[in-house]
Design a protein around this ligand. Sequence first.
Ligand code: N7H
Length: 444
Amino acid sequence: GLNLTDIQGDIVTGMTKNRETFLFFGIADAPSFKSKLRSGVLPLITTAMQMTKNSTQPTTLVNVAFSHTGLGALNVSDTLGDGAFTGGQLADAGNLGDPGTSHWVSQFVGTNIHGVFLLASDTDANVASTVTAVTTALGDSITQIYTLQAAARPGAEQGHEHFGFLDGISNPAIQGFDDSPLPGQASVPPGEIIVGETGDPFISQRPPWAIGGSFLAFRQLEQLVPEFNKFLTDNPIRAPGFTDQQGSDLLGARMVGRWKSGAPVFLSPLADDPALGADPTRNNNFTYALNGSSTSSSTDQSRCPFSAHIRKTRPRADLGLPENTGRHILRGGIPYGPEVSDSEAASNTTSTERGLAFVSYQSSIGNGFQFLQRFWADNTGFVEQNTGFDPIIGANKGANRTVGGLDPTDPSRTITLITDFVVSRGGEYFFSPSLSALANTFTV
Ligand code: N7H
């Protein structure tokens, strides 16, 4: 089984808190950083074991991860066997479809970020006091380069991302940690997410200290919510008997593959079904194939477009069942930025940035995050020919994006998106080491 006391908590369960701060730092003085991290911060790092029970979770959860240049700053010179990590995310911007880096947060442009602290709790005050504890403990041994404060949306929107859709429904169950997956949940060998474990395709290339770690892909993804809503309003699906509002809601749901409640369009193709969306035993229980079949139709998009975000990023039976794709990621993102204001809604124009602080864990960035973005979401020939881009996250370096299959009344219709509703503001790739690596390799 997995050594849960040695694995950082966010990797396996996510932070499961409503407030999270990402503190990106540089290492100014490596020897001082090592001793201060060891004495002052290591005791605060939350393990996967602590996450398994409410009673063992600390008030504020703390995790830490290092970029490739961060490992270099610490004189950790073993190669980890991950080219995307070694190159850093800036060098990957073109592969990911970003329109250059002019939209990137300036601090992500470069390779100065050595690491990130992830701090999460129920209140801003708890997070702030732990940020102070960590930064005080580290003192001048770090420079604080950039901070992103993220928070679950308020009230009934809690758990929903800024476009309004319930998020965090479908994450893989890691064998050996969660052996009772929910219906429809992917069950993956631990090595798909955790380095050095059974199923890690690069297990032979890993230094011993890397076992129990995971690669963290961080992306600050701005969401143009008023613009997205305007697009839906202007382009309702003209289905028989549908009001404009129903047609707009259907278009949005087919872009995502789920209704705002979380109900999958494959199970509820024409209208939202909030009871289905809220039921974890049913809301993930589909494969895109008709009952009992191990493959799906290569032509039928009546229930769910091939281009739908959740189908692009996890095609289920489109690639045949059982689902041994090796391309699962564990997502732990959280929204950031304020609610849409009345004036933004009235003008259909974003004036204050909001979006998703995207976090994914995988044992290989090239098989995980990067593959999903580059070879699935941005690949117009996937899942089938003429699928077009993923209308949510697909990126064409800022150029127009064609999307197929969104209109169930005319599946051959292609819709061209001239606006990217999700805009990359950049990010970095990190390695989230085991507790023993932090104690024995990173801080000596
Ligand atoms: Fe996505 N969205 O609101 O439309 N995502 N995502 N994502 N995403 C999912 O099933 C969204 C992004 C995946 O197992 C849901 O838990 C937004 C990136 C994967 O069936 C919703 C952004 C990547 C899944 C969203 C964004 C992925 C998934 C449904 C950016 C990878 C699970 C909730 C701002 C490269 C698929 C759920 C499955 C689900 C949205 C980013 C991947 C609502 C707004 C960058 C693998």
